[in-house]
Design a protein around this ligand. Structure first.
Ligand code: ATP
Ligand code: MG
Length: 351
């Protein structure tokens, strides 16, 4: 972990176990890049509380689940730093500072926040202002806290799913403005979009931990099979021998991501009516099982060592705080809020 390597900051809301969408949207990029980049993975529990503030017990459990999922897919805690957002007060501090300079309309017109507010039934139509009686300040402003998450370690790269790109753009805007006003040298991070954005197998919405439509990385074979077998395929195909249109089939979309070796052949067979939907789904189940079985086994190993998992989070969070402290010292110095010189940091003890 040398200071010379470029940095990654990425993370997830602990609102449940991680699923296949996370894997192809960002986790596999993290696993690949962790040796090349100094990688920080943030469990964004405060951000989870922006929508689940009435369910703190669920978030407490999910912090553990998300950590196990990271370890299961091959995040190496000896290489990458896994840390907990609420235990890093420097992020909260930076959130307040960014809030000083972020215009309300930047938040109001953010397409990702809008889509999430719609999904949660908090607004009517497109305008976030229609939900101001329901929306909390924390939810409305969470892209600011996400900008603080990314920049408290001065990250260069942020591997995220496609839905998150508007937040990266906003983060870059905030940083540019902040640096311009205060003469700080915070990096403007780049987003790295994952190989696929996954919709649920019924085609209705994105696969999401909050929407009850996910195949979780920890799912047992029977659960994987049950989800795949109820997938919505080409509705025009009644009999297995009817010629199909793969482009409109949800199972085909999954084959494109998870069964690359046989995807063309499967499309041909579907068009010719020589493979039925049930057989095609069974092929997908097989491919998903061979991806997920080693993850599930490694997850179980870590599950049986809770103290080791605690230690990973404690050590990771300590390291992240040390980096956050450096960033905030630099900012305080440039903003002129280091009123007592060196002694300022004595007022702000960090372990
Ligand atoms: P929630 O519904 O609680 O917001 P989520 O499933 O959207 O949960 P997040 O924690 O918000 O998950 O997102 C974590 C990361 O996973 C982000 O980078 C996001 O872009 C990515 N991601 C989430 N869902 C998908 C998906 N279906 N396909 C690809 N990437 C995804
Ligand atoms: Mg989300």
């Amino acid at each position: 972990m040398t200071g010379k390597r470029k940095r990654i900051l990425t993370g997830d809301r602990p609102t449940g176990k991680l699923h296949l969408g996370h894997y192809v949207g960002t986790l596999n990029n993290r696993v690949k890049l962790q040796h090349e980049y100094d990688t920080f993975i943030l469990i964004a529990d405060i951000q989870a509380l922006t929508t689940h503030y009435d369910r703190p017990g669920m978030i407490r459990q999910a912090v553990r689940d998300v950590t196990l999922d990271y370890l299961a897919v091959g995040i190496d805690p000896n290489v990458a730093t896994i840390c907990v957002q609420s235990l890093i007060p420097e992020i909260a501090e930076l959130t307040v500072l960014y809030g000083l300079i972020t215009n309300m309309n930047k938040l109001r017109h953010n397409p990702t926040t809008k889509a999430e507010a719609q999904q949660l039934g908090l607004i009517q139509g497109e305008d976030l202002m229609t939900g101001f009686d329901q929306l909390t300040y924390g939810f409305f402003g969470y892209p600011i806290s996400q900008a603080a998450d990314i920049t408290f370690v001065n990250a260069d790269l942020v591997p995220v799913g496609r839905d998150q790109m508007p937040h990266i753009e906003l983060c870059r805007d905030i940083v540019k403005k902040f640096n311009g006003i205060f003469g700080t040298s915070i990096k403007e991070p780049e987003g790295l979009v994952g190989e696929a954005f996954l919709h649920a197998l019924d085609g209705s919405a994105k696969m999401s931990k909050s929407l009850n439509n996910a195949i979780f990385l920890a799912d047992e074979p029977a659960q994987i099979k049950a989800q795949v077998m109820k997938a919505v395929t080409d509705p025009a195909r009644i009999h297995p021998t009817d010629p199909g249109t793969p482009e409109i089939c949800n199972v085909y979309k999954y084959h494109q991501v998870f069964s690359k070796e046989i995807v063309e052949e499967t499309a041909k067979k579907c068009r010719a009516g020589t493979i039925g939907c049930v057989a095609c789904k069974k092929v997908l189940v097989k491919h998903l099982e061979s991806l997920l079985t080693p993850f599930r086994e490694l997850r179980k190993e870590f599950e049986s060592k809770p103290d080791e998992v605690d230690e990973i989070l404690i050590e990771g969070t300590k390291r992240a705080r040390r980096e956050g402290k450096k960033t905030l010292e630099h900012i305080r110095e440039r903003m002129g809020t280091d009123y007592f010189g060196q002694k300022t940091s004595e007022l702000l003890p960090v372990p």
